[in-house]
Design a protein around this ligand. Structure first.
Ligand SMILES: C[S@@+](CC[C@H](N)C(=O)[O-])C[C@H]1O[C@@H](n2cnc3c(N)ncnc32)[C@H](O)[C@@H]1O
Length: 241
């Protein structure tokens, strides 16, 4: 696959903003609640959000009284974040080269940014460097069980979802994702490949969840069933000793 410096994010920025404004099921109906609960339970004094996009998480935690700094390499998304939150801190940069001092943050978060990061080993070593001892890295990401083949529902003639396919699971590889005018490159990694840099850096796994939408949400949006028949999103929290 053709390698693109920014993974397609600059060209996709406006469509991504529109997508978030329209509503993202995985975030709104499945990941947000448990993710915010984890942040609340730690009540960090400061927090860095990797790949903050248009600043959604930073605005949500501000409502909880938690100050966050958003980092993202896509200038158009940072501009949107600053417009939505003029008082907020938004910094241009890559997870692989964090522009912060050692031991700066009590918590580092990322919401579905890990699949966008090309060098995950370098990024995790940077996270460990900027975390204070005893600090936590809280990441929501796509389940490796679905990233190996993007959007693979096999459907019958009526459009009903039959099953999803899996291929090349054990091999780290790039995939192209295209939806709602967004066209980006993601990186698939198996579960063991994903866990390796955290374990090698000596981090301790303190939480692991594969959240499902509440019964209430499932009643409200029957279409959600399709999203949860296979593992879609996961949340993991690691502590720096
Ligand atoms: C799927 S979006 C998620 C945005 C935001 N976290 C959210 O949940 O709305 C992925 C984000 O990662 C950013 N990104 C891409 N490569 C990155 C890298 N190497 N380091 C940090 N962020 C990156 C993109 O610019 C984009 O904003």
């Amino acid at each position: 696959m053709e390698k693109r410096e920014d993974g397609g994010w600059t060209e996709s920025a406006q469509n991504w903003i529109d997508h978030i404004e329209l509503g993202d099921t995985l975030r709104e109906d499945i990941l947000d609640e448990p993710f915010l609960n984890c942040i609340k339970s730690r009540s960090p004094q400061n927090l860095l959000d990797l790949g903050c996009g248009e600043g959604r998480l930073i605005r949500m935690i501000a409502e909880l009284g938690i100050h966050g700094t958003g980092l993202d390499p896509t200038e158009d998304l940072l501009r949107a974040a600053r417009i939505r939150d003029p008082e907020g801190s938004y910094v241009n940069g890559f997870a692989e080269k964090l522009p912060f001092e050692d031991d700066s943050f009590e918590m580092v978060t990322s919401v579905i940014t890990i699949p966008d990061i090309e060098d995950i080993d370098l990024a995790v070593s940077e996270v460990v460097r900027v975390l204070k001892p005893g600090g936590h890295f809280l990441a929501a990401t796509l389940s490796p069980f679905v990233t190996c083949v993007p959007f693979p529902w096999k459907r019958d003639e009526q459009g009903n979802a039959l099953y999803r396919s899996m291929d090349w699971y054990g091999w780290e590889h790039a995939t192209k994702l295209e939806w709602r005018g967004i066209s980006i490159v993601n990186f698939h990694r198996s579960m063991s490949r994903l866990m390796r840099p955290f374990l090698e850096q000596g981090l301790v796994l303190t939480q692991y969840e594969e959240p499902l939408p509440s019964l209430e949400k499932r009643r409200e949006k029957p279409g959600l069933w399709e999203d949860v028949r296979v593992p879609l999103g996961m949340i993991m929290e690691w502590r720096k000793p």
